[in-house]
Ligand binder design. Structure first.
Ligand SMILES: CC(C)(COP(=O)(O)OP(=O)(O)OC[C@H]1O[C@@H](n2cnc3c(N)ncnc32)[C@H](O)[C@@H]1OP(=O)(O)O)[C@@H](O)C(=O)NCCC(=O)NCCS
Length: 160
């Protein structure tokens, strides 16, 4: 690996916002019944030759470190996994007992990715995408794999 993982700094915010918008149109992401503005959140970046090629943002939520976004521009190089590890180390440092991460029911690749890294299914927020879509119409009805985007699924990992 030739990239490095470091804390997100103010100078990274526009690059991270551009990555976020590429995947979710806006820097505001819907979660259950509210929107989270990601622009100012703390986090980590993966940097290669001065370029941000991955990012993770988090916030405190329900006594967990909640990972709000994790994005890799170069999939399969371990960037996503390295960003998760950085967030878990941060949770340990800040004495959060758990890391929480959410995804939509349709995103089966992410469900596989998180479970292989020790996250377990925790709860389903049934049919919440309908109301979130009313406030953010750019959320698609159907994922690129053909699965209707309907629910959010929380996964957690206990931090020893
Ligand atoms: C989910 C995501 C962050 C993973 O990032 P990543 O840098 O590919 O992560 P890693 O390289 O650590 O691991 C990815 C896994 O998929 C495999 N993989 C993914 N893309 C691959 C590719 N193009 N070629 C080969 N393997 C690939 C890796 O081998 C690895 O498999 P493993 O789980 O068996 O170890 C990335 O796919 C992404 O940015 N998705 C879009 C944004 C998103 O929806 N984020 C999640 C919700 S916030």
């Amino acid at each position: 690996m030739s990239y490095s993982i470091r804390a997100l700094e103010d100078k990274d915010r526009d690059a991270v916002a551009a990555q976020t918008c590429k995947h979710w149109t806006l820097t505001r992401l819907g979660y259950i019944d509210h929107f989270i503005e990601t622009y100012d959140l703390p986090g980590f970046v993966a940097e290669d030759n001065g370029k941000v090629i991955g990012s993770l943002t988090w916030r405190p939520y329900e006594n967990c470190l909640q990972i709000v976004t994790v994005i890799s521009d170069e999939e399969g190089r371990g960037i996503g996994g390295a960003l998760l590890s950085a967030a878990e180390a941060e949770a340990r440092r800040q004495k959060f007992p758990r890391v929480l991460i959410s995804t939509e029911n349709s995103y089966v690749d992410a469900l596989k990715f998180y479970q292989k890294r020790g996250y377990v299914l925790y709860r389903v927020h049934y049919d919440v995408m309908k109301d979130l879509r009313k406030q953010k119409p750019s959320i698609p009805e159907i994922d690129t794999n053909g699965i209707p985007i309907r629910d959010q699924i929380d996964l957690i990992k206990d931090i020893a």
